[in-house]
Ligand binder design. Sequence first.
Ligand SMILES: [Zn+2]
Length: 103
Amino acid sequence: MGLQEEILSRILSIAFIVAGILIIYWITKRAAIKRAETTNDFYICPKCGSLKVKMVTNLPPAARFIGATGSQNFTCMNCNYEGIAPIVHKEDIEMFRKDLKKK
Ligand SMILES: [Zn+2]
């Protein structure tokens, strides 16, 4: 095997390794994006079962600065409920709403 061929084969093997790393990087990145897209947990209004709840942090910025998480309040855009909102899994939303109607 000549010197040129040896260099060429080395370049090729390096290229394969780099390509392999790039593919792994791409796959993990894709998986991370997919995970972010399929967020299955939602804040739900405990009063009407609406998912249109907005998080309201009614702490002064100074309190947040020192790390106080305090009262995490939610406002429902549908029924104006104010207070804490439970996190419900996507598949449990219907069950949660049915349960609300029973009361
Ligand atoms: Zn509501």
